[in-house]
Write a protein that binds this ligand. Structure first.
Ligand SMILES: Cc1cc2nc3c(=O)[nH]c(=O)nc-3n(C[C@H](O)[C@H](O)[C@H](O)COP(=O)(O)O)c2cc1C
Length: 201
């Protein structure tokens, strides 16, 4: 059986909706756990018709919950808090599989999930939250970081103030639109937590 070089996921014919459900879970789990995975950085779309690349940090296969990290000052946070509809788009070019997920987002600044995500980060990752918030205008090209942290890992003490700028975006996926591109005939299915339907590609 052929396997994707990228994820190790079997690239087989998909004959049942259960196989599709398993494939979706395997791809999203690989995406969250392997930064070389094709779906590691999906496009996350918000209700204001904007979209951006974000790193998928976690996926729970039982609840279909996705976790992303973000800066609370980034414009998407206010957009999601006003209208939580989220789309997530990922494509595995080698496996020729597209996932279009629809769901509901929530921003958590505090609490167990946000605290655990922060404590699992290293100080280089935490440094991103030390500077200006995303979208602040500048009169020169800038990383937004204070100069002393350019290319330098902050200490635990120095990075502590960045915690208040950090939040998790949790996306509860309600629907997954799975598309497999194939010479022999494309396949497409739409799945929800308890249901699934083949559809014409
Ligand atoms: C490869 C890549 C990964 C990124 N990962 C994240 C991320 O995990 N979280 C995030 O908030 N922004 C991430 N960004 C930046 C976003 O794409 C975006 O520019 C930023 O969050 C501001 O978005 P907004 O203006 O829609 O709020 C990433 C960008 C790239 C190119």
């Amino acid at each position: 059986m052929a396997r994707s070089f990228d994820t190790g996921i079997a690239m087989d014919m998909y004959d049942t909706l259960d196989e599709v459900r398993t494939d979706i879970a395997a791809r999203l789990s690989a995406a969250a756990n392997d930064r070389r995975s094709a779906m590691h950085s999906p496009v996350v779309a918000t209700a204001d018709a904007d979209a951006r690349v974000m790193v998928l940090r976690a996926f729970d296969a039982d609840s279909w919950l996705l976790r992303f990290h973000t800066d609370v000052r980034s414009p998407k946070v206010a957009v999601i808090e006003a209208d939580p509809r989220i789309g997530v788009l990922a494509y595995d070019r080698q496996a020729k599989i597209q996932l279009r997920l629809r769901g509901t987002g929530r921003i958590e600044r505090t609490g167990l999930v946000a605290d655990a995500a922060w404590s699992q980060s290293n100080n280089f990752a935490r440094r991103c939250y030390l500077g200006e918030g995303p979208g602040v205008a500048a009169d020169h090209p800038t990383s937004g970081l204070p100069e002393r942290f350019e290319g330098v890992e902050p200490t635990d003490d120095e990075v502590q103030v960045a915690r208040e700028n950090f939040a998790v975006l949790l996306v509860q996926v309600d629907q997954a639109d799975w598309f497999s591109l194939a010479h022999t005939g494309h396949r497409r299915a739409v799945l929800t937590a308890g249901d699934g339907q083949w559809i014409s590609p």
